[in-house]
Design a protein around this ligand. Structure first.
Ligand code: FPP
Length: 242
């Protein structure tokens, strides 16, 4: 989609787009390449996607880079993905910062290597005042686990006498999720033709439009993003009303 076209209807550009980046392995297999080649091309697609999201006027972009279930992949693939993430952060953060992009991570930080954590924290610190696009990378993220943690925090508050069970509202749950400071996604895109949420933003997806694209993630580009936004714009959001 053309930027000018989008600008004429910015009201309906989704404020927050979240993406399940799927199909790196199949992209590599189609070319008889190792899976890591697909992930590498996938990291290039992340860069393309960020630029396209900025152009389109998107304010929040959440990318599912590594789920809590991805640890179950063969060890060498996990290592490749973590190396790639470190490489991405070393190579891209300065440029993201110059584009006024704020970078931040959601997910459990317990199993990540110290040098990865350091890169993540310094990227968050460097970009914390940036305002053009809030980019959120879901890393070692699982939505059910996130909801369990929120339940634990609320149970503790009840146990300590700080909160009565009957006073618990949607807002209490939302405020105890890792996404407490960002709006819920308006549009969730999954590439590669699969049609599942795979433990991604389950609570936050309550009213999101879901768009499944046939493109494999390494081939994702501005045109694919425009197609998903077009589809979003054709849907009528009712939030349970009429
Ligand atoms: C799914 O493809 C993709 C992943 C598990 C990893 C996503 C990672 C990247 C795009 C690269 C690095 C990310 C950043 C933020 C720099 P798959 O391997 O499940 O593909 P398949 O279903 O075709 O096998």
């Amino acid at each position: 989609m053309m930027a000018a076209q989008l600008e004429s209807d910015t009201r309906r550009v989704p404020r927050h787009i979240a993406i399940i980046m799927d199909g790196n392995g199949r992209w590599a297999k189609q070319r008889s390449l190792p899976r890591v080649a697909g992930h590498r091309k996938g990291a290039d697609a992340v860069r393309t996607c960020v630029t396209a999201a900025i152009e389109a006027g998107v304010q929040y972009l959440t990318l599912y880079a590594f789920s809590s279930e991805n640890w179950n992949r063969p060890a060498d693939e996990v290592t490749d993905l973590m190396n790639l993430l470190r490489h991405y952060l070393r190579r891209e953060v300065a440029e993201l910062n110059s584009k006024n992009v704020r970078l931040h991570f959601i997910g459990k930080r317990d199993r990540l290597a110290p040098d990865t954590l350091k890169l993540m924290e310094s990227a968050e610190e460097l970009t914390k005042d940036n305002t053009r696009l809030h980019m959120c990378i879901a890393l070692n993220y699982g939505s059910q686990c996130e909801i369990v943690e929120a339940a634990r925090a609320l149970a503790s508050a009840v146990k300590n006498g700080d909160l009565a069970p009957e006073d618990i509202t949607h807002a209490h749950v939302a405020d105890n999720l890792l996404t407490a400071h960002i709006p819920d996604p308006d549009l969730i895109i999954r590439t590669s033709g699969e049609q599942r949420l795979s433990n991604f933003l389950l609570w936050q997806a309550a009213y999101a439009e879901l768009v499944f694209l046939d493109v494999l993630w390494p081939d994702f580009d501005a045109c694919a993003l425009g197609k998903a936004i077009d589809e979003f714009q054709q849907r009528e959001r009712r939030y349970g009303g009429r």
